[in-house]
Write a protein that binds this ligand. Structure first.
Ligand code: GLN
Length: 304
């Protein structure tokens, strides 16, 4: 399979489709991005990487980081996490509060905001220096020390994060948050502000295509069983109320963020990351969805 050639062709094709998306503006710092950016990178478990467009430029990975937090929390406390967070798709937007009260402060899944906030609460309870150790964990997965939080984005979101504050407070009222509310929000906003390139994300996500093992040194970061379950959660919950549409059109586990990134995993094969900042009505990259649909069609590599 000539991945480089296919990626270049589809990048070109998708660039000719009028972009119907809109850049996220509810976090003011995200508005500053050049909305014409469009990058794609694919890495295989045979250790080859390909890319096209702005695939080596850093962008705000936002909710894609929820997968890193989840992985670290599962590594630390294992299945105990599932007493506090469920694994059902929500069918609601990523920041919806509606189900949370009916379901007594137990988030539907770890990939919506409420679930990721519980994950952050776990990290605070388990780690001595959660911000530093989470960052080091991501750097380790990507085999790259040049990954950081963007403090401007973090502060911008802190200033406007009323809804996330509502989530943590509501969960605390149901005894599903053990630490200080502001501390939980602070870790969550740091996590969302992580900046990475498409190439770095594809590398960092390779453990989920490789049975939980790092490619470059064979270190088993999580068991194959946890890796399989994270992929299942990503498939059913990674694109919020568009997870069904993504499985239908793309056919891979995929995780999106409001920075316009989408990472998709083909277990035992490859990871592909697309970045284009303009989002569709469900908060997922317009071009990213289009590109990935064309990519799995052209390469006949949906998991179904
Ligand atoms: N930081 C964003 C928020 O909490 C993440 C949302 C997303 O990427 N879907 O609203």
């Amino acid at each position: 399979m000539n991945y480089q050639k296919i990626i270049e062709k589809l990048h070109h094709d998708v660039n000719t489709i009028p972009d119907e998306g809109v850049v996220a503006s509810y976090i003011p710092a995200l508005k500053k991005v050049d909305s014409t950016k469009f990058g794609v990178s694919l890495c295989t478990i045979t250790n080859e990487c390909f890319g096209e467009g702005n695939f080596e430029e850093k962008f705000s990975i936002q909710s894609i980081s929820k997968v890193f937090g989840l992985t670290l929390a599962l590594k630390l406390i294992g299945t105990k996490l599932w007493n506090r967070v469920d694994v059902e798709p929500s069918g609601d937007p990523f920041n919806s509060l509606v189900q949370l009260e009916f379901e007594k402060g137990i988030p539907r899944n770890p990939l919506i905001n409420s679930g990721a906030l519980v994950v952050c609460d776990v990290l605070i309870s388990e780690l001595e220096n959660p911000k530093k150790e989470l960052l080091q964990f991501v750097q380790k997965l990507a085999n790259n020390k040049n990954i950081n939080y963007n403090l401007e984005v973090m502060q911008s979101e802190t200033k406007h994060g009323f809804k996330n504050a509502a989530h943590v407070n509501l969960m605390k009222s149901f005894n599903n948050i053990n630490n200080n509310v502001d501390e939980v929000l602070d870790l969550y906003y740091h996590m969302c502000s992580l900046e990475m390139t498409c190439l770095e994300l594809s590398n960092a996500f390779l453990i989920f295509a490789n049975g939980g093992k790092l490619l470059h040194n064979n270190e088993q970061i999580i068991t194959a069983r946890i890796s399989k379950r994270i992929n299942a959660t990503i498939l059913t919950c990674g694109l919020y109320d568009e997870a069904g549409e993504f499985a239908f059109r793309v056919g891979l586990p995929g995780k999106s963020g409001v920075g316009g990134g989408i990472v998709a995993i083909h277990p035992n094969n490859y990871v592909i990351t697309v970045w284009s900042p303009k989002l569709n009505a469900k908060g997922n990259s317009f071009k990213g969805m289009n590109f990935l649909e064309k990519f799995t069609t052209e390469t006949a590599s949906s998991i179904f």
